[in-house]
Design a protein around this ligand. Structure first.
Ligand SMILES: [Zn+2]
Ligand SMILES: [Zn+2]
Length: 285
């Protein structure tokens, strides 16, 4: 069964986010683990959390994904930024694990001039102090477009980070379609080859979730601008091939497109309609 849902706000509570997702026809969603552009987060409301857990079970939701804030940079050569960022991920992995969230995704970071190797080492060190090994949550490194000094725009870099961590079994990859396309992986015409490369560099088993985004900019642009599915350079045909690819069709798909609630509902409805079309018809019908 397709597990799919948008990125939603939890500003009005976690239970409301589950309800919002369900009303859109989603059976999963992503949210920020704290204010994406600040550093604060709200203390849990016990009743809200109880309702949240009850509802996600009642609606038979698939895995949920928490996204780390954008303000952190684990690869920064500035010690203050590094200390802040590694503190945030340690705290948020713990908080999200306590909420029984399945995945915590983060942008690996930008080395800001200190070089790729030192950035990669720092990211792994931050993960090592943050992950104890007894968590249920899986921590995912997101594939990046490669803006500026960003790390994670090719599969080898992500593999290098994972190789330096102590609890490799707690780590995985979230493939962002807009980002890999911007980074130069031709998922539009050669998705099979991109998957094969991911498999040979990192191992397909490490691919845990997908960010379903179309891209405003062409292949290899290095730019990061998401568009609604089918309205960008990747296009709906390629996106449907990806969603239905047998190697990944069981993974959760989180949609990060610039749409409001009704826009997301329509986007999900359209995907489901297209899926119906692609269903093979039995020979005797
Ligand atoms: Zn992201
Ligand atoms: Zn992006």
């Amino acid at each position: 069964m397709l597990v799919i849902g948008p990125h939603l706000s939890t500003a009005k509570g976690y239970a409301k986010a589950v309800d919002d997702a369900e009303k859109m026809g989603a059976n999963a969603f992503q949210f920020f683990s704290r204010n994406p552009r600040g550093s604060n987060y709200r203390a849990y409301d016990k009743k809200d959390i109880e309702k949240f857990q009850r509802l996600r079970e009642a609606y038979a939701f698939g895995p949920l994904q928490a996204h780390a804030p954008y303000t952190m940079n684990l690869a920064s050569s500035n010690p203050t930024v590094y200390e802040f960022s590694s503190g945030v991920i340690k705290e948020d992995i713990k908080r999200m694990d306590a909420l029984e969230i399945e995945y915590f995704v983060l942008h690996p970071g930008s080395h800001t001039g200190s070089g790729e190797a030192s950035g990669i080492k720092q990211i792994a060190a931050a993960l090592n102090q943050a992950i104890q090994g007894d968590e249920k949550i899986t921590v995912l490194l997101e594939t990046m477009p490669g803006k500026g000094t960003e790390i994670g725009f090719n599969f080898s870099q992500l593999k290098e980070v994972i190789d330096l961590t102590e609890h490799k079994e707690k780590l995985g990859i979230c493939m962002d379609l807009c980002h890999v396309f911007s980074a130069g992986y031709d998922i539009k015409n050669c998705f099979e080859q991109v998957l094969a490369e991911l498999d040979s560099r990192i191992g397909l088993l490490h691919l845990k979730t997908i960010h379903l985004n179309d891209s405003k900019y062409p292949l290899g642009s290095g730019k990061d601008r998401h568009l609604p599915l089918g309205q960008g350079e990747i296009g709906i045909d390629a996106i449907m091939k990806i969603i239905t690819h047998p190697d990944i069709s069981g993974l959760p798909f989180y949609v990060e497109t610039p749409l409001d609630h009704s826009g997301h509902k329509k986007e999900l409805d359209d995907i489901k309609t297209l899926l119906e079309f692609e269903k093979p018809v039995a020979a005797d019908e």
